[in-house]
Design a protein around this ligand. Structure first.
Ligand SMILES: [Zn+2]
Length: 137
């Protein structure tokens, strides 16, 4: 099944489900496409519709994905180079820094989801380190 965003001549937008693009063309040619709002038979594919369910070949998101990977890898590197690794002591250290019990600095380390949640609830800013996914390609 494929779904098309359709518009009638009056500008009503609706969705039409078809077995295939041929089926759409056939139903359109036979005037079987009817606007559910005004019953107009002047129905066509919405020109600016987003690509849905494979109505056309989607633009490959590879470029975007690569940019994101580069960004995340760079971010991770930046954190690793500018922060002190405290390992599993992270929740304790983050607390100490927050409450001024130790020198204020950037740290990173390990925390369970539960520990991270506790920190956030105490008003301590923590953010997950971007995953180490390596360079694309
Ligand atoms: Zn209509």
């Amino acid at each position: 099944m494929i779904v098309y965003s359709l518009n009638c001549r009056e500008g009503h937008g609706f969705e039409g489900w078809f077995a295939s693009s041929d089926s759409y063309e056939e139903q359109r040619a036979r005037g079987k496409l009817v606007c559910p709002v005004c019953n107009s038979r002047h129905v066509d594919k919405a020109p600016m519709a987003p690509s849905l369910a494979g109505t056309r070949k989607a633009d490959p998101p590879a470029q975007e994905l690569r940019k994101m990977r580069q960004f995340m890898t760079g971010l991770r590197k930046h954190i690793e180079e500018n922060s002190e690794y405290v390992g599993p002591k992270f929740p304790d250290e983050a607390r100490k820094i927050h409450y001024g019990e130790t020198e204020e600095r950037s740290i990173y380390g390990e925390a369970t989801i539960g520990e991270a949640k506790d920190l956030v609830e105490e008003g301590i800013d923590v953010a997950p380190l971007p995953p180490d996914i390596g360079e694309a390609n």
